[in-house]
Write a protein that binds this ligand. Structure first.
Ligand SMILES: *Cc1c(COP(=O)(O)O)cnc(C)c1O
Length: 318
């Protein structure tokens, strides 16, 4: 465990091109407010493999490629290459001596916003990368009850749904808070046509017979990297027919199995929706199988998808 981790935080983070000690990474309080309205981020996970004593980052390149697209869409210049950001992340995990499941969050935001209004174009952007421990809940039996939210998902006509913009999260936050106050664990947001989009911060898939069905990329969803990986595993390992299309609300009610997915959500089985049991109201067999396969891929116990992992090299040779 790294020096800083003992104090509840890693010793270092990466900020605007440099490794910076945690306690030195401060901004002035008047910078709060507008700086992250147009800000974007990535949520990436690294998994610790006990057997090999190695930490691996999942689909690092894809996450950083998406950060480039997100920055473009919010018109923030990105002054670092994907290669430089990759090196920064690997260096950070090494110098912090990370040996546990960890969340990595690169973010780009408007720098020096003190005294400025919100609609600046061409201002300077700052980039921060920080990490914190985040244990996996795969194969722990975690399961959610969901409601259909009274809030609709943002759409192409309001906010760009496909990128990780902080402001987009207000939409999911409203749905999440409503769901929890109403006694559920999560929510599904519909679009204005009543079609299924996402859960807050996570995509949605349902299983019916031998089909895995999920809203397509023009259904107002985020371009999820986990969703993409799970579609590959469902097709290639489980032998399911994968269908990407518009999804009706009532398809969720009559599905055999439903789960949400994302970097934070991993795979989270949903066993009840609006008080309808999903299937027989327990985690279904195909979801269980997909969780097992995904777990093995993430932890490096399945060689077929090794290209999705970036080994950090914290393993110390004996
Ligand atoms: C990050 C995110 C997801 C999941 O995307 P992953 O790339 O799988 O982590 C889904 N929905 C929203 C709104 C998100 O921000």
């Amino acid at each position: 465990m790294g020096e800083g981790q003992k104090q509840g935080h890693p010793a270092y983070l990466w900020w605007n091109g440099e490794r910076v000690r945690w306690e030195d990474a401060t901004v002035h309080v008047t910078d709060l407010g507008w700086s992250t309205v147009g800000g974007v981020f990535e949520g990436i996970r690294a998994y610790w493999d006990d057997r090999a004593g190695e930490l691996s980052v999942f689909r690092l390149q894809e996450h950083l490629d998406r950060l480039v697209r997100s920055m473009k869409l919010v018109r923030l210049p990105l002054d670092y290459s994907v290669a430089a950001l990759t090196d920064a992340i690997v260096d950070l995990l090494r110098v912090n001596d990370v040996r546990e499941d960890t969340y990595i969050r690169p973010m780009g935001y408007a720098g020096n916003t003190t005294g400025k209004r919100f609609a600046q174009v061409g201002g300077e952007s700052h980039v921060l990368i920080n990490t914190h421990p985040m244990a996996s809940h795969l194969l722990t039996g975690l399961q959610y009850k969901a409601k259909i939210s009274s809030w609709h998902r943002i759409g192409e006509d309001t906010m760009p749904p496909r990128v990780k913009n902080f402001s987009n999260y207000r939409n999911g936050q409203l749905a999440s808070q409503e769901a929890r106050l109403d006694g559920y664990d999560t929510a599904f947001l519909l679009d204005r046509d009543g079609k299924v989009t996402e859960a807050p911060g996570a995509c949605v898939a349902l299983i019916r017979g031998n089909q895995l069905i999920t809203p397509d990329l023009t259904s107002g969803i985020l371009e999820s990297i986990t969703r993409d990986a799970l579609l590959v595993l469902a097709r290639e390992v489980l032998g399911l027919d994968v269908v990407e299309r518009r999804v009706d609300r009532t398809e969720l009610y009559v599905a055999d199995e439903v789960f949400t997915c994302g970097t934070a959500a991993e795979i989270t089985p949903v066993v009840e929706i609006d008080h309808y049991p999903v299937g027989d109201g327990a985690i279904g067999p195909k979801t269980r199988e997909l969780e097992r396969v995904f777990h093995d891929v993430l932890r490096g116990r399945e060689d077929r998808y090794a290209g999705w992992r970036t080994p950090v090299g914290v393993a110390v040779p004996a």
